[in-house]
Write a protein that binds this ligand. Structure first.
Ligand code: ADP
Length: 226
C-alpha cells in the first residue's frame, strides 16, 4: 500500500534528513517508527502526505508515485489518510461533536451522514458522554481521543499518528494505544511515530528504527532498542 524506494530528502543545504530510505508497508499493518528527535520520522509522514517531496528516490501510494500525482489525486489520497498530532489540533471554539462533524462537513458529507457517524466515532473512543463539551473542558488524553475520532470518522484506510502520546500521562498513553490497536484490528493500517519505549514494547508489532535519516533496523515484532 505504501512503498519508499531509496528516498533521500534534503531541506535546503543541510545534511540529508532522509538518506536512502526504503521500506514497504502492507494494508492492515501496524508499524511504529522510532528514533531520536531529528532522526527523520516526521519527514517520512510529510512525504506520505505529499506535504514534502523526495529529493531523490520514489514514494509510492498504491503503486502510484506521489511526486507525480495531480492536485485532484493528492486530495483523493489525503482523504484516505487520517492524521493525529502530538498537540491534538482541535478547534477551541467548537464542541467535541462539532470538531468531529467539521471533518465530515469539509468533505461534503450530508447532515444525515454526520448525525449517524459522529456518535459512532465518539463511541469508539469512549467519549459519547462528552459530546457537548469544549476542548478546554476535557483532559489532554480525552482531547487526543477526540482527535482520533476526528481522524477516523471518514473511514480512512491509513492512520498516521505523529507522536500522539508525546503530551500524555501514562494512563492516557495506554488508552490512546489501545484505541489505535482497536482501529488497526478493524482494518486500518496504522503508522505511529513515537519516542516511548513502553508503547513500543507493549505493542509487539513491527518497528522501524531511524537514526540520522537512515533506517538502522526494521524488525517485524520489534522491541525498542535505542
Ligand atoms: P523527527 O520527526 O524524527 O524529529 P524530522 O523529520 O522532523 O525528525 O527532521 C529530520 C531533520 O530534518 C532534522 O535535522 C530537522 O532539523 C530537519 N528538518 C525538518 N523539517 C525541516 C524544514 N522544514 N526545513 C529545514 N530542515 C528541516
Amino acid at each position: 500500500m505504501l512503498e519508499f524506494n531509496n528516498v533521500t530528502k534534503f531541506y535546503g543545504n543541510g545534511p540529508a534528513s532522509l538518506d536512502d530510505v526504503s521500506f514497504k508497508i502492507n494494508e492492515g499493518e501496524f508499524v511504529s517508527i522510532v528514533g531520536h528527535s531529528g532522526a527523520g520520522k516526521s519527514t517520512i509522514l510529510k512525504i506520505i502526505l505529499a506535504d514534502e517531496l523526495p529529493s531523490s528516490g520514489e514514494a509510492l501510494f498504491e503503486k502510484q508515485n506521489i511526486a507525480f500525482m495531480r492536485g485532484s489525486e493528492i486530495k483523493k489520497m489525503r482523504r484516505r489518510i487520517g492524521v493525529i498530532f502530538q498537540d491534538f489540533r482541535l478547534l477551541p471554539t467548537k464542541t467535541i461533536y462539532e470538531n468531529i462533524a467539521f471533518a465530515m462537513e469539509a468533505i461534503g458529507q450530508s447532515n444525515e451522514e454526520i448525525a449517524a457517524d459522529v456518535p459512532h466515532a465518539l463511541d469508539l473512543v469512549d467519549l459519547a458522554d462528552k459530546f457537548d463539551k469544549f476542548p478546554h473542558e476535557i483532559s489532554g488524553g480525552e482531547q487526543q481521543r477526540v482527535a482520533i475520532a476526528r481522524a477516523i470518522v471518514n473511514q480512512p484506510d491509513i492512520i498516521l499518528a505523529d507522536e500522539p502520546t508525546g503530551n500524555l500521562d501514562p494512563i492516557s498513553t495506554y488508552e490512546v494505544v489501545q484505541i489505535l490497536k482497536k482501529i488497526n484490528e478493524l482494518g486500518a493500517t496504522v503508522i505511529l511515530t513515537t519516542h516511548n519505549k513502553g508503547v513500543i514494547d507493549s505493542l509487539e508489532k513491527r518497528v522501524i528504527t531511524m537514526d540520522e535519516g537512515k533506517i538502522i533496523k526494521d524488525d517485524p515484532t520489534g522491541k525498542f532498542s535505542l
